[in-house]
Design a protein around this ligand. Sequence first.
Ligand SMILES: [Zn+2]
Length: 290
Amino acid sequence: MTEVSRDSCHRFIFDHSGIRGQIVSLSGSVKTALEHKNYPEPLSSLLGQAMTAAALLADTIKMEGSLILQVQGDGPVNTLVAQATDDGDLRGMIHCAEGVVVPNNFRGLVGDGKLVLTIDASGNERYQGVVAIEGGNLAEAIEYYFDQSEQLPTRVWLSSSGQRAGGILLQKNPGEYEEWFKWDHLVALTHTVSETELVELEPVDLIHRLYHQESITVYRPVMLRFRCGCSRQKIESVLIQLDQSEIEQIAEDSGEVSVECEFCNQKYDFDAVDISALFRATNVVPELRQ
Ligand SMILES: [Zn+2]
């Protein structure tokens, strides 16, 4: 599922320094992620922030592949996942326990647990970093991750409202000790951004508003869009991990096995013939499969 959108990531660097940043602005991709989902505001807002964060973080990684941000806590939110690829595909989902009052703050929603960042590089390399959830919002939780695991001074600002979201990430090269004064100055400048400005201002206007007195180079933006990587083939590979007789029974009882992608709502149906063909193909001895 794809939607033409103006969602973007602008990368910038403060000239003659080891300090750089990104601004992500999302509307269409958040709107698509929220489609057909009746989330209360605290959940839709947290999902928007998580997708913004994933896009910001993916842009800091200089490799092909994707970045997956997961919050795994003991609060009412039992699933929060956002994924961004190096070429601008974005998806995310959030799930909350049923029948609970949804709190209106980050820690009330996610509780205690882990923040997990996974980098899935194209060459099948996988890197995973895990820290405890700290801080009063998602931006602070991500900053804590960098404090603990990356040794890269990093500050993050995230905001989300309705079907729009925006964020800024600032990062400083390690070891540039003489630049702490400039770093503090830029963090203070960025800190003047309001939640409304983050969500509503065009990125170039926001860069001007915050940094017009700085010598800054802004690169061509990377355009972002909601795109889900699900496919019938991937669903099949999940189904064949399950118990064959159970799956066959469901197909027989209901006429089909129906699997819906939780990111994009795409439905994949398998009737009894599909299911038996699927398992037959996997049960053939390996030498005979080609
Ligand atoms: Zn999907």
